[in-house]
Design a protein around this ligand. Structure first.
Ligand SMILES: CC(=O)N[C@H]1[C@@H](OP(=O)(O)OP(=O)(O)OC[C@H]2O[C@@H](n3ccc(=O)[nH]c3=O)[C@H](O)[C@@H]2O)O[C@H](CO)[C@@H](O)[C@@H]1O[C@H](C)C(=O)N[C@@H](C)C(=O)N[C@H](CCC(=O)O)C(=O)O
Ligand SMILES: Nc1ncnc2c1ncn2[C@@H]1O[C@H](COP(=O)(O)OP(=O)(O)OP(=O)(O)O)[C@@H](O)[C@H]1O
Length: 541
């Protein structure tokens, strides 16, 4: 597997004139040269490998930016765009962004000392340094998106970019789209929480939606690799922090919205507004495909310029489906009146499939071909992933559900498929330093919909895991409380679930899905629910 560091992609060599770079957009479109591929370790060991050999005139970077004032020489050549003063290098442009912890404007001196040739700011500092070019903009984060897009020569305009937003289903939908379009014969890229991918090449992911410079660089690599489609997740954080500014989307998909990330957005209305912001910004000529089964679906597209289409499993819509049979092996469906079998599990995946089918048809694919290819799709890692102990006849399901809604969905999927001669044992925890309001709600859902619940840890971060579990248990009704127990150590919790399970029982291990770590007090330890349950099955024999 080739691993690319997200900070290293494009090396574009342009001619220098008289010590200063003079170039044009036409030249800028020329010759991408990639550095050799590196393992992640070599990048960490040798920071020089991070250097992007690329220079663009500052004035060219600012073409789509609302500039209030520019002090200094705008024709200076910029060789990288940086938002962290600790990562500046000679020749870079430092963009000072106001964050949730600190204000990047506090680090202008550090940026200059590190070799920045220019800074983008919202306010000029009291004393100007003669060595720096100052660009004043109304909003640095907005400016950053456009600057990053220009630095990488507007990659999103050279392919078809499809963005997927919603509380749940983003990873599933982009993964299915990536598989489908590759099966239809296109070269594709994918940007997702689990991993980024350019055809076969896997690039580790740090965010659901990377920050602007990383994102634009990644897209530039995808262009250079000949991708004609890129499917990316658009998180509400990314919309609010303007990471997607400067991108041109061919289509946007809305899956659903439920309570999540209220620690960041403050209120549900702000969270809805963040998601809606993505559709507000879609250009005319793009498609907006929304889930008509979610009552916020119509709100999302109230002010969009894009062409609106809908999908539904409950009502009339442009793209609709009916579930004929639902089993742990797959689903039999009627999609726009055509019958098909898919290897995916759960009603929520029918919604996801409709989003995929709808966008493929809107983007011009033959309906017949798309329907045929839907049968070949496989779920992303850690999404309703089944691990079986065939000897003991116990089914474990590892799922990333870490919101009340997703947990309810997974448990109701299990209850639709189970035969009620068996028990459902749920192992679940909630993350630390994240939305605490979901803790009692998730616990109540788990207890109401399972025969047994074992509460445990799930990335407690800087909080006490015992306290998180206490807050969860507070949500459990008196009647359900006797079904519950708690094991702070997730390994022990999984082993306990396996030891309690009998023939035919189902163990749901919720919350971590594909994650391969447990984050405790700033440190990440290797932890993989799938490995743990396999091990627990082995030792229980
Ligand atoms: C809460 C949040 O969104 N944080 C993001 C934010 O960091 P921040 O606001 O804390 O930044 P800050 O520390 O206040 O710094 C502000 C600015 O000063 C700069 N700085 C800071 C210190 C210094 O010495 N010098 C300096 O220049 C920083 O580089 C930054 O540009 O801006 C950073 C740079 O863009 C992001 O990497 C960071 O994501 C962090 C790692 C994160 O965990 N984000 C999560 C919550 C997130 O974005 N999640 C969504 C998905 C959510 C979901 O659906 O599950 C995602 O898209 O990944
Ligand atoms: N359309 C959907 N509606 C509700 N729940 C879903 C849907 N699709 C998937 N899920 C459930 O939500 C969990 C998360 O799914 P997925 O990773 O696709 O969503 P996501 O939006 O990418 O979430 P995150 O950003 O947290 O990764 C899955 O494990 C599954 O249980």
């Amino acid at each position: 597997m080739i691993v690319w560091d997200c900070n290293v992609w494009v090396s574009r060599k342009l001619p220098l004139t008289g010590g200063l770079l003079r170039t044009s957009s036409a030249q800028a479109a020329q010759s991408y040269q990639f550095p050799r591929t590196f393992g992640a370790d070599s990048c960490t060991q040798n920071p020089r490998l991070y250097k992007v050999e690329r220079k663009v005139l500052l004035t060219d970077l600012l073409k789509n930016v609302e500039v209030r004032t520019l002090t200094g020489d705008g024709d200076v050549a910029v060789n990288s765009v940086v938002t962290d003063s600790r990562k500046v290098s000679p020749g870079c442009l430092f963009v000072a962004v106001k964050g949730t912890q600190v204000d990047g404007h506090a680090f202008l001196t550090q940026a200059e000392t590190g070799g920045a040739i220019g800074v983008v700011v919202e306010n000029l500092p009291d004393a100007l340094s003669p060595g720096l070019v100052y660009v004043v903009v109304p909003d640095s984060a907005v400016a950053l998106g456009h600057i990053a897009a220009a630095f990488f020569d507007h990659p999103s305009e050279k392919l078809k970019l499809v963005g997927v937003t919603g509380t749940n289903g983003k990873t599933s939908v982009v993964t299915f789209l990536f598989q489908l379009f590759r099966n239809l014969g296109y070269r594709c890229g994918m940007i997702s929480t689990v991993q980024n991918q350019i055809e076969e090449e896997v690039i580790p992911s740090t965010h659901t939606t990377p920050e602007a410079v990383v994102l634009q660089g990644l897209l530039a690599r995808m262009v250079a690799a000949g991708c004609s489609y890129v499917f990316m997740e658009v998180s509400s954080h990314a919309v609010v922090q303007h990471r997607i500014e400067g991108l041109r989307f061919a289509a946007g998909i809305f899956t659903n919205i439920t309570h999540d990330h209220l620690d960041f957005h403050g209120t549900f209305d702000h969270y809805i507004a963040a998601k809606k912001g993505f559709f507000d910004a879609l250009p005319a000529g793009a498609y907006a495909l929304v889930n008509a089964d979610d009552r916020r679906g119509s709100v999302m597209v109230q002010n969009t310029k894009a062409e609106v289409h809908t999908y539904s499993i409950r009502s009339m819509a442009d793209f609709r489906a009916k579930i004929l049979a639902s089993t742990f092996q797959g689903l039999q469906l009627l999609v726009n009146d055509r019958e098909l079998w898919v290897r995916l599990i759960g009603a929520f995946n029918v919604s996801n499939l409709l989003a995929v089918y709808g966008i493929a048809v809107l983007l011009g694919e033959e309906e017949e071909n798309v329907l045929t290819e839907l049968s070949a799709l496989t779920p992303p890692p850690g999404r309703f992933e089944v691990v079986r102990d065939e000897v003991a006849d116990i089914t474990a399901i590892v799922d990333y559900a870490h919101t009340p809604d997703a947990l309810e969905n997974v448990l109701s999927t299990i209850s639709q498929i189970r035969n009620y001669n068996e028990r459902v044992i749920t192992v679940v925890g909630c993350g630390g330093n994240r939305d605490a309001t979901k803790r009692p709600r998730m616990a109540a859902i788990a207890a109401k919909m399972s025969d047994r619940v074992i509460f445990t840890s799930d990335n407690s971060r800087n909080e006490e895991p015992e306290e998180i579990i206490r807050q969860m248990r507070a949500g459990v009704s008196a009647a359900d409380y006797r079904k519950t127990s708690a094991f702070v150590d997730r390994k022990e919790a999984i082993r306990q679930a396996v030891s309690e399970a009998g023939k035919g029982d189902i163990i749901l291990i919720a919350g971590k899905g594909h994650e391969t770590y447990q984050e405790v007090r700033g440190q990440r330890f290797h932890f993989d629910d799938r490995e743990e349950v396999r091990e627990a099955f082995a030792v229980s024999r």
